[in-house]
Design a binder for this molecule. Structure first.
Ligand code: NAG
Length: 399
């Protein structure tokens, strides 16, 4: 009797473990305590942190460093609101993390990268890993040190084996996608010279666009982010030598000078940009955009025209990158934000397709130079494969 019950429980346990295995198990958090002495810390002074799933087999010398996203903070008041959250303090990073999509350990769901060393670097600085201010105001205890965090984590990974990398990718989504663009050449310079290094920014191509009320809001906002965090010296010098540092936080003013091969993943109708920049709440006091923001099918003809205008601006801003053959591009017309981290948009039976190709396949083919991929989708609602991506910001923890 007792042993039969034990068998049932053992079977149940095996089932649960198998389930966790196919879903990808929880990947534990590693806090980089020794970075504190270098002043490489989160907003609140706690150590930076990352999740690490080790590579195996033929992937042992291959590395993906994926930078988490999560918006920005643009002034002391705003950064104080972030300081004691998981986006400003590693003490608050208590939620479990699973690796899916580009970071999945499952060969079926991620055939080109499943056995690589896969790292998710947690975002706790509020300026896309660019900040570096020496002084800490004792009244606020705010540390603006994102650029130091980036270097400290990369140095740690080099020591853990990335110094022998044969292949390496810097990636990230949203604010982490922007960091991927801004730090791409820097990342390449930190890796061994013989390694094949490329960058895959996802939903990081934030454009300098007026909002629906005609205000140049995002330009002013990025100015404040860069000023608050002392980011100027860590932005690409090819831009800062010619333009104001705030503008050099926009990919469109830095992209043409990036020399490392880069693959831009972005929806032309990036929901985060449409929600929070283009049709942001303050530009829409009467909430007439509310239902349209929830679902593009609810938009009025005027709103659709405006959104198509956003797409036109987006493609124009992206056109500065078109000079290189080594570049990749997956610009779909889905209404989403961040597509590499979630299985349904990366590679699954009904993932969106561009030129009959799913995102996970396009990135793999490009990285391994099996075939180039530079595609911009036709405009909404032309792509029926977008339909499986019901917009749900809660389902995308990286945002
Ligand atoms: C700080 O930025 C926020 C927007 O993020 C704004 O609402 C607030 O007024 C700003 N505060 C100061 C003191 O400038």
């Amino acid at each position: 009797m007792g042993s039969a019950r034990l068998t049932i429980w053992t079977n149940l346990l095996v089932c649960v473990l198998l389930l966790l295995k196919t879903e990808g198990g929880i990947v534990p958090l590693i806090r980089l305590e020794k970075a504190v002495s270098k002043g490489a810390v989160c907003l609140d002074g706690t150590p930076p942190a990352y999740h690490f799933d080790e590579g195996s087999g033929e992937g042992v010398n291959n590395w993906i460093v994926f930078l988490e996203g999560g918006g920005w903070c643009n002034n002391v008041t705003d950064c104080l609101l972030r300081k004691d959250t998981r986006r400003g303090s590693s003490d608050q990073m208590t939620e479990p993390r699973f690796f899916n999509g580009f970071l999945s350990e499952n060969q079926k769901f991620n055939p080109d990268f499943y056995n690589w060393n896969r790292i998710l670097v947690r975002y706790c600085d509020g300026a896309s890993f660019t900040g570096d201010v020496e002084e800490v105001d004792p009244a606020t205890n705010l540390h603006f040190r994102g650029a130091r965090v980036f270097v400290a984590v990369i140095e740690e990974l080099l020591a853990k084996g990335m110094q022998n990398a044969e292949n390496a990718i810097l990636s990230g989504c949203s604010a982490g996608g922007l960091a991927t663009i801004l730090q791409c050449d820097h990342f390449k310079s930190l890796l061994p010279a013989e390694a094949k290094v490329k960058c895959v920014p996802d939903a990081g191509y934030f454009i300098n666009v007026k909002d629906t009320s005609g205000t140049q809001y995002i330009e002013e906002y990025y100015n404040e982010v860069v000023a608050t965090h002392g980011s100027a010296k860590n932005l690409p010098p090819s831009c800062t030598s010619r333009r104001s540092p705030g503008l050099c936080f926009f990919p469109q003013y830095v992209a043409s000078e990036i020399s490392t091969p880069i693959f831009y993943v972005n929806a032309a109708y990036d929901t985060w940009q449409i929600h929070n920049i283009f049709a942001r709440g303050s530009a829409d006091p009467h909430g007439i955009w509310h239902n349209c923001k929830l679902d593009i099918n609810n938009c009025s003809p005027d709103q659709l025209t405006a959104i198509q205008g956003f797409r036109t601006e987006f493609i124009k801003a992206l056109s500065v990158t078109e000079n290189s053959r080594s570049e990749g591009m997956f610009i779909d017309s889905c209404y989403v934000h961040c597509q590499t981290e979630t299985q349904e948009s990366w590679l699954s039976s009904d993932s969106p397709q561009l030129a009959n190709t799913k995102l996970g396949k396009a990135v793999g083919d490009w990285f391994y130079e099996r075939s180039p991929f530079q595609k911009i989708d036709c405009s909404f609602p032309c792509n029926p494969t977008c339909r499986n991506l019901a917009f749900d910001q809660q389902a995308h923890p990286g945002i």
